[in-house]
Write a protein that binds this ligand. Structure first.
Ligand SMILES: C[S@@+](CC[C@H](N)C(=O)[O-])C[C@H]1O[C@@H](n2cnc3c(N)ncnc32)[C@H](O)[C@@H]1O
Length: 445
């Protein structure tokens, strides 16, 4: 039981949160730091949320669908701070937030100050009602709240110096670019073949500061996760249950998510393949424990290979698959053929082998578990891709072209041998490219 006499107050917790975000490097701007030290986060959390939960550096879910899936939340503070910084928002900025809740809009209001303007749009009437009440109670009546599909932006407030999208989007609708000021910044959590990154885009200005091009180019990206977009911009992924033959409450132990129309797999054959045998291939590429490899995940996503993400309930999988299906994470990138797959794994190197690693340091090796008739081939392809990533350690370049220019993007992709991921959507083609060469023909055969 909490001792109320000694429990930290909201003020104390707010400053502790700000201190932690500054120490972790999530906040570098004095304006954002002041905003986090000022806005009462607990006002925007659902009734009954403890102060400790309201000020944890974590998501607070505010609404769920009937099946339990979250549809709205107060996003994690580190992510809110970093996205505001990605957008370069400052005093006097005019900002549109797509996806509301109130707290982030209040942070933005603090950052833009009395000479700026913040408009927050949400498709859900309940969310806007909740955000409005919170903003008024916390002292931010100047923030405009609007019910609508953020796919269309909000024309009456345009042009915006920044549009910050706080819901996962698979496409870039034209309104977002059109409603940006010439030097404005669009920050959006873009889903590319299942992988979501918060990308800060500016207009592609072909060199001029007025941004006269008809596309967008990325200037920063950040790993993140958000609830998916509803409304006209909703583009669901395919969810293929590969648990196969469970029938005893085992549904959903293994689900393959595929985020493109060009990948065709046979879920029955893949479910059968997962019953074994398994082919293990190791890459020889190692890294110390607790090292981020998020660029590897984007690199794998971009390889010219059918691709999906394998979601595994690992505890239940131990029982259903007799320990054979053993990914190192709940979500793993997977290379696919119609009837075979290989997912990425890490194994801890044996510290007793002399010379395997410096004393006291744990090292991990990337590899792949393959299943199905092409198990070894597809696992080898995955390891080849890991080795290519290790050789080039490339930084991706991300651009958005209007869908009408998609053919041009595709022809550029073929011309210089660089690896390119093309994500063709209804409004736009998202092009991720790396200067590193594509996999060798042996690997892509
Ligand atoms: C993660 S929450 C937003 C968090 C919020 N910005 C905050 O203060 O932390 C995502 C929101 O996006 C909304 N949303 C989903 N699809 C939308 C759409 N097409 N247009 C506008 N809002 C949408 C959801 O209703 C949900 O409230």
């Amino acid at each position: 039981m909490t001792d109320l006499a000694t429990a930290p107050t909201a003020d104390i917790l707010r400053h502790q949160l700000a201190d932690a975000l500054v120490a972790a490097g999530a906040i570098t701007s004095p304006d954002v730091e002041r905003a986090v030290r000022t806005v009462p986060r607990e006002v925007f959390a659902p009734p009954g949320t403890s102060l400790a939960d309201a000020y944890a550096d974590d998501v607070v879910i505010t609404k769920r669908r009937a099946d339990g899936q979250p549809t709205s939340s107060v996003s994690a503070p580190w992510l809110q701070a970093r996205m505001i910084e990605q957008a370069g928002v400052g005093p006097g900025s005019r900002v549109l937030e797509v996806g509301s809740g109130g707290y982030n809009a209040a942070l933005l209001a603090e950052v833009v100050g009395p000479t700026g303007a913040v408009t927050s749009v949400d498709i859900d009437l309940d969310v806007i009602g909740w955000a409005r009440r919170g903003l008024d109670a916390a002292g931010y009546p100047q923030v405009a709240t609007v019910v609508g599909d953020g796919e269309h932006g909000h024309l009456p407030g345009a042009p915006y110096d920044a549009i910050i999208v706080t819901v996962e989007t698979a496409d870039i609708p034209p309104a977002w670019r059109e409603q940006l000021a010439p030097t404005g910044v669009l920050v959006a959590p873009v889903r590319m073949r299942g992988l979501t990154r918060s990308v800060a885009f500016t207009r592609d200005g072909t060199g001029d500061s007025a941004g006269s091009g008809d596309g967008l180019v990325a200037r920063s990206l950040l790993m993140c996760g958000f609830v998916p977009m509803q409304g006209q911009g909703s583009i669901p992924e395919q969810h293929l249950d590969l648990t196969g033959g469970g029938g005893d409450g085992g549904d959903g132990v293994v689900v393959l998510r595929v985020d493109d129309d060009t990948t065709t797999v046979d879920p029955g054959a893949l479910a059968e393949a997962l019953r074994g045998p398994r082919s293990d291939v190791w890459s020889g590429i190692t890294l110390p424990g607790n090292t981020s490899f998020e660029t590897l995940l984007l690199w794998l996503t971009g390889q010219p290979v059918p691709y999906g993400r394998l979601f595994v309930d690992r505890d239940r999988a131990k029982v259903h698959f007799d320990g054979l299906l053993a990914p190192f994470a709940n979500v793993s990138p997977a290379f696919l053929t119609a009837d075979s797959l290989a997912y990425l794994v890490l194994r801890k190197l044996d510290s007793t082998v002399p010379g395997a690693q410096p004393p006291g340091e744990s090292r991990w090796e990337f590899g792949a578990h393959g299943f199905g008739p092409d198990a070894t081939l597809v696992a080898t392809m995955l390891c080849d891709a890991v080795r290519a990533w290790d050789r080039h350690a490339p930084d991706p370049h991300i651009a958005v072209h209007p869908a009408s220019a998609a053919t041009d993007a595709a022809s550029v992709a073929a011309s210089d041998g660089a690896v390119r991921l093309l994500v063709p959507r209804r409004h736009a083609t998202i092009v991720v490219s790396w200067s590193a060469p594509a996999l060798t023909s042996a690997a892509t055969a």
